[in-house]
Design a protein around this ligand. Structure first.
Ligand SMILES: *[C@@H]1O[C@H](CO)[C@@H](O)[C@H](O)[C@H]1NC(C)=O
Ligand SMILES: *[C@@H]1O[C@H](CO)[C@@H](O)[C@H](O)[C@H]1NC(C)=O
Ligand SMILES: *[C@@H]1O[C@H](CO)[C@@H](O)[C@H](O)[C@H]1NC(C)=O
Ligand SMILES: *[C@@H]1O[C@H](CO)[C@@H](O)[C@H](O)[C@H]1NC(C)=O
Ligand SMILES: *[C@@H]1O[C@H](CO)[C@@H](O)[C@H](O)[C@H]1NC(C)=O
Length: 558
């Protein structure tokens, strides 16, 4: 249903010449990108707008650099002849025109100040020199020639930007309720530090209501003027016993004065640059005002202060729209992945690839629920690692067989944390497997699991209905077994026994095999903090088959 709605609105918009998504890219605001896509015909329309007069280029680059990039270059000569072609860059050198031209030019305009070019392509062409466009975060590169139509080296006029292009979030479900209200969860005139990266935190509340309501939409409110500063935002609900502090402060700080912000880890909603609103399906809403519902919330905002500006204040955050027209179900959020709190999660330092596997078994969910637990209709997923995370995958297993994907991002970017739609039914008895991969080449010490951004996590949150009382369902490897394999004290948590371990290729391999192959302890927790334990083994998640490619090619104009 969601994709049908999307298709009709999308086609109409594309024909009307109005692209749904837009973002400025790079530091100086010279280039902006507008785009739209149609999932049915697997076509994306891209429009690059440059405050420049020479050539402009846009590319998809798995490595982030020139090498291996799929590039399109466009412009207009002084005599008005248009040039446009599909290139690739086999090396860090001048790109080469593809034998197969898979981009279709739609328009080019150039005036005194600006060049605008619009073109389209299929998500997956049959050309090995083109990069597939997927739901993963796409690594894009942009460049321009200033005033020059001569395709020579672009100097410093180039940059890389990660963008989630196939962004299906925020598709409005109809109908909206006839009566509704809202409350805001905003930073309170937060003095944004002049550091490039700040995670600012603020508690809000108490929010008290005279009855139960359903939140049906969570809207991002970015303070006008701060659009280039606010990079991502997350709102968490706080448990009853949270020690609230009124002042805003730094999240994930080692400074004890900010320790309070480590409380409240139950995700409620999130937004990242380029994203839309969280809109719940018409069957479900987030319950607020009922007996066990949270009264305090915490907001976290990642500020990306590239120009290191000082004296900026910020009041961005979320507007939570709620209604008394209760939907059929309460929605819930379940957290799956690797269990952190026994201090056994670790990634060796200096490795290009290490994987962490999580297992959630639903078989015992009933034991922690007062009422009967029914199938869970999952409608959104939210992958989460910290700065070393490279990929996140989740999949549904039934009777030992992989049934379907439960979402993935094979190019995860911590700074693009986005809630993404999915439509999968989890039946009781099913297993949910998660896999995260990391690159710790820049770390010199063990990277432990933990809450700060230099520590790591492997989590996937699922938004689903009807709500049951399970909050977390995570697993960990067998501490004793892994410690024995690595020859360290098995009575200590691994992050402690391995803190000063001297790693080599063999021991890294041993750590990987031991954590992956040992019996996994599944720890299931409900909202009251009650827990049950189950056991299982890891199984590989297999990648879904890639769809058929589209062999359509175009002739180059000019
Ligand atoms: C989800 O999938 C089910 C069938 O598996 C379908 O009936 C339902 O309409 C889908 N929901 C959305 C929002 O696409
Ligand atoms: C326009 O200029 C370009 C570059 O100088 C040249 O290659 C092209 O042939 C010219 N086109 C016409 C129609 O004169
Ligand atoms: C939270 O506190 C309220 C009273 O302030 C109480 O009614 C409710 O049962 C508590 N919820 C939990 C989960 O302890
Ligand atoms: C964990 O490993 C130890 C040592 O190999 C073993 O004795 C123990 O039974 C294992 N625990 C589980 C739950 O498999
Ligand atoms: C690791 O080394 C640091 C100092 O380099 C020391 O403070 C710490 O106690 C050591 N940890 C263990 C578990 O030996």
């Amino acid at each position: 249903m969601r994709s049908l709605l999307l298709l009709s609105s999308c086609l109409a918009l594309v024909v009307a010449g109005d692209l749904r998504y837009s973002q400025t890219v790079g530091k100086d605001g010279t280039i902006s990108l507008q785009w739209d896509f149609d999932t049915e015909s697997e076509t994306i329309t891209l429009q690059i707008q440059c405050k420049c007069k020479g050539w402009v280029a846009l590319g998809f680059s798995p490595s982030g650099g020139m090498k291996g990039a799929d590039i399109v270059i466009v412009g207009k000569y002084l005599n008005k002849t248009v040039y446009f072609a599909d290139y690739h860059a086999p090396e860090y050198s001048r790109p080469v025109k593809d034998d197969l031209q898979n981009y279709q030019l739609l328009s080019v305009t150039e005036d005194e100040t600006t060049t605008t070019a619009r073109f389209s392509r299929k998500f997956r062409t049959c050309d090995n020199n083109d990069v597939d466009i997927t739901k993963d975060t796409m690594s894009m590169i942009f460049a321009h020639g200033g005033a020059d139509d001569n395709l020579k080296y672009h100097g410093s006029n180039c940059f890389q930007e990660n963008i989630i292009l196939l962004n299906e979030e925020g598709n409005t479900y109809s109908p909206e309720p006839t009566t509704s209200s809202y409350f805001d969860v905003l930073m309170n005139d937060y003095p944004v530090p002049s550091d490039v990266t700040t995670y600012g935190c603020q508690f809000l509340g108490p929010f008290q209501f005279s009855q139960k309501y359903h939140i049906y939409k969570v809207e991002a409110l970015i303070q006008p003027g701060n659009e280039n500063l606010v990079h991502h935002m997350i709102v968490y609900s706080c448990p009853n016993n949270t020690q609230i502090v009124k002042e805003s402060g730094i999240c994930y700080s080692k400074d004890p004065k900010y320790a309070a912000y480590y409380q409240c880890v139950q995700l409620m909603s999130g937004w990242a640059v380029g994203g839309g609103d969280l809109v719940l399906p018409p069957e479900a809403g987030i319950s607020i005002g009922d007996l066990n519902d949270p009264t305090y919330l915490k907001i976290e905002i990642h500020y990306n202060n590239m120009k290191k500006l000082s004296e900026i204040r910020d009041n961005s955050g979320f507007r939570l729209h709620y209604t008394s027209e209760l939907r059929m179900y309460d929605s819930g959020i379940i957290q799956t992945g690797y269990f952190l709190f026994h201090l056994n999660m670790f990634i060796p330092p200096g490795v290009e690839y290490f994987e962490t596997n999580g297992l959630c078994k639903t078989k015992k969910f009933q034991e922690l629920n007062p009422g009967p637990v029914t199938d869970m209709q999952v409608f959104d997923f939210f992958p989460h690692t910290h700065l070393s995370g490279k990929t996140v995958e989740a999949a549904l297993f039934r009777d030992g067989k992989q049934m379907s994907s439960l979402g993935q991002d094979l190019h995860f970017d911590f700074n693009l944390q986005r809630i993404r739609p999915i439509n999968v039914t989890v039946k009781m008895g099913d297993d949910i497997r998660t896999k995260c991969t990391y690159n710790t080449l820049s770390a010199t010490k063990l990277v432990p699991g933990g809450l700060s951004t230099e520590e790591e996590m492997c989590l996937v949150f699922f938004f689903y209905y009807p709500k049951n009382s399970i909050a977390t369902c995570e697993s960990e490897a067998n501490q004793t077994y892994v410690a024995e394999q690595l020859g360290v004290d098995p009575s200590l948590p691994l992050t402690i026994s391995l803190a000063n371990y001297s790693w080599d290729a063999d021991s890294i391999m041993t750590a990987q095999v031991a954590t992956k192959q040992s019996v996994q302890t599944v720890i299931i927790g409900n909202e009251l903090g009650e827990k049950v334990v189950d056991f299982g083994v890891n199984q590989e998640i297999t990648q879904p088959e890639r769809g058929v490619c589209s062999a359509t090619t175009y002739t180059i104009p000019g």
